[in-house]
Design a protein around this ligand. Structure first.
Ligand code: KMH
Ligand code: ZN
Length: 306
């Protein structure tokens, strides 16, 4: 596939996995989510991938009342494409997870392409906590049910059919090579139409590791399955975020950063904000000779409803 003229930066502002105890920078109040999303757009993000949280506790939320206080503020202050998560959190049903994207008729939403043992890599927790010791029994045996991220073909079909009338562009989250085959199968049975937008999610424990060999394999597989009918981006978890985004941008991919995916600005150093990560990858992309896409250019590249 030809090298993209312009690189789309997505910023995933807060997510559902990190907790406010892990970093003071992680936004969770309505005000902080709005402010950091707006700052990220001003720094160069043309897509904002958004989750909601309880305003008091920071617990992940799919309650539309927890989206309503910040979505209009972001739309009023920026022209960025709003991308609402349908990942929700690991314990929720697919119906609950897709409700916010359907209710607010988002321009984009995530679409997770397979079930997995979703976990952040335990070694990532070592940064900033020298006393922390990994307790396999406590983390992954006693709590093992909590780690299943369920996205069966029935779940995917339900999400696709419910959201189809809203003309939403999907960010197809593929955490491993097999998820690309799931996506191809779903296209073959008519659930999704080209051109598609694929997010290579790398470095989540339970999915493919974040390294260059794996990125090349993901891209070659996607080229084989989708030909010219796809655009792609990378999201690498933890401290691999910026290095892998840099590599992907040189391979013609778009990039996703944000505190949902990594709390770090570099290995061992916590980021101050989402905008700091956006500014860093923007600087790198531009220094390497590419330009970043404006929101309207992102709409054109991804063929959004606009
Ligand atoms: N947290 C990311 C690794 C979603 O929101 O649908 C994946 C994600 C899932 O963004
Ligand atoms: Zn997300």
């Amino acid at each position: 596939m030809a090298r993209q003229q312009k690189t789309i930066i997505t910023c995933a502002v807060t997510g559902a996995i990190h907790t406010p105890t892990m970093s003071d920078a992680l936004p969770y109040t309505y005000d902080d989510i709005a402010a950091q999303a707006i700052d990220a757009a001003e720094a160069g993000a043309s897509i904002l991938h958004l989750h909601a949280r309880d305003n008091e506790t920071g617990a992940p939320s799919v309650n539309t009342d927890d989206f309503a206080p910040f979505l209009p503020r972001i739309k009023q202050a920026t022209d960025a494409v709003v991308n609402i998560s349908t990942g929700g959190s690991l314990t929720l049903s697919i119906q609950d997870r897709i409700n916010p994207a359907a209710t607010f008729s988002a321009e984009m939403c995530s679409m997770n392409m397979g079930s997995m043992n979703f976990s952040f890599h335990p070694l990532a927790k070592r940064y900033g906590d020298d006393d922390w010791k990994f307790d396999w029994e406590k983390e992954y045996v006693a709590n093992s049910d909590g780690n299943i991220f369920r996205n069966t073909f029935r779940d995917i079909a339900e999400a696709a059919k419910t959201l189809a009338p809203h003309d939403i562009k999907f960010e197809h989250e593929c955490y491993d090579v097999g998820h690309l085959y799931n996506l191809k199968f779903c296209m073959d049975i008519g659930l999704f139409k080209a051109p598609i937008f694929v997010q290579f999610v790398m470095g989540i424990l339970g999915g493919i590791g974040a390294d260059i060999d794996n990125l090349v394999f993901m891209k070659k597989t996607a080229d084989k399955l989708f030909g010219d009918d796809y655009r792609w981006s990378i999201l690498a978890a933890g401290a691999s975020q910026i290095p892998m985004a840099t590599t992907a941008s040189q391979m013609g991919g778009h990039v996703r950063v944000g505190l949902e995916d990594s709390l770090f600005i570099k290995r061992g150093e916590l980021a101050e904000s989402n905008a700091q990560q956006v500014a860093k990858i923007r600087r790198i992309v531009e220094d390497l000779g590419s330009a970043i896409a404006t929101p309207d250019e992102a709409r054109e590249i991804l063929d959004l409803k606009g």
